[in-house]
Design a protein around this ligand. Sequence first.
Ligand code: URA
Ligand code: SF4
Length: 187
Amino acid sequence: MYDLNELKDICNNCYKCELCKKRHNVVFGEGNKNADIMFIGEGPGRNEDLTGRPFVGKAGQLLDKMLKSIDLKREDIYIANIVKCRPDNNRNPNGDEIKACLPYLRWQVKIINPKIIYLLGSVASKVIIRDDFRITKERGNIIKKGDLYIIPSYHPAALLRDESKKRPAFMDLKKLRNLYDELNRGD
Ligand code: URA
Ligand code: SF4
């Protein structure tokens, strides 16, 4: 089994889908390698593509605030995306791109072995949970897969577009915090 650095090297040299053509950097993901909580977004935006780091633009700044609201820091968690190279004009990644990239994310999840995966937005939720997942109706429902808990919620970019989503998003974050505390009491 590869370790995280080996997997990162593989991804940095990946040309499996069209997204490799325009990227400046592969955004592998980063954070605490022993994290109990993994956040999964959609794909790199412009700032992420330029820096090679996930969630460093406007949505990332909001994500930091969201974490702070439940007393978590970047160093406590691990963050990755469904695709590791930027879809141009911030369009959604297409089926071929997702299919090409998803094995890396699955690998990464196996290595990190989180207790909870927090899905940011509709694209990540559809890919990881079900193709017909409805974010507005089903967000905040905790899903259990074996020992792993999955919590789907809004993407921070959606909260920037629509203030009314902030309150439900905060409820989901509180659920995350409570579940995290509960699981760690059992350790
Ligand atoms: N949006 C995402 O989904 N991922 C990032 O890394 C940045 C913005
Ligand atoms: Fe490879 Fe994923 Fe980048 Fe496509 S998005 S080139 S599969 S690393």
